[in-house]
Design a protein around this ligand. Sequence first.
Ligand SMILES: O=C(O)CCC(=O)C(=O)O
Length: 230
Amino acid sequence: MKKIKSAELAAGYERDGFAVIPDLLNAEECERLKAEARHVLNHHAKPGSSVHVHVAAVNPAFRALAEDPRIVDMLRPVMPHGVMFLSDKIVYKSPDKTFPTPWHIDCFYWRNTRPKLSVWIPLDDALPENGTLTVVPGSHKKDWRMVKMGLPSGDFQYELAEQGWREGDVVTCAIKRGTAILFSDRLVHGSTPNTAGKDRYAIISTYHAPAADEPFDLEFPARKILVPAA
Ligand SMILES: O=C(O)CCC(=O)C(=O)O
């Protein structure tokens, strides 16, 4: 993993609402986790679904990833009040699941809870043609409205009501597998469609500051304090 200075990471995250950490996992680790992801989808997910939550709760390899010191060390500079793992999910796009993830903000899905951030790690190289993450830098500083959309698969049910940015503002993250993108739950993000005819696996793990459980937290059995509040 390439070392990024803590202050640089924290400043970039504060300014843009996201930060890219190259080479967090190596190719072999990605390959192993992809096999584990396939196993979780086969044995725990609703047949045919492309999004599956509570991965660490059923799979030791993803449990270890959620707590991996490389991830925790990267979170420390942006989470000065401590680090608590909440939950994770696999997002899988395949040659027949080509849909772009709609523009959205994650905090819409956990309204009236404490701020969170997520770490998105593709287990395949993530490119514009196979459904990579798209982000709007600085969008975490504005308020956005979401409206119901309803993909046929039911995987994503809401999208942003309006797109208040210019085309050129969007960053399409073309990254190697194992690179991590850490992003605020207020950041506008989505994905490109997967038109490459290949699989694209990603794992997204969500963290917040340690605190007494909020009612929302009780839905997530794998939650765990990793760095206690100072
Ligand atoms: O992997 C993707 O397509 C993005 C998923 C995403 O943004 C989310 O689940 O919040």
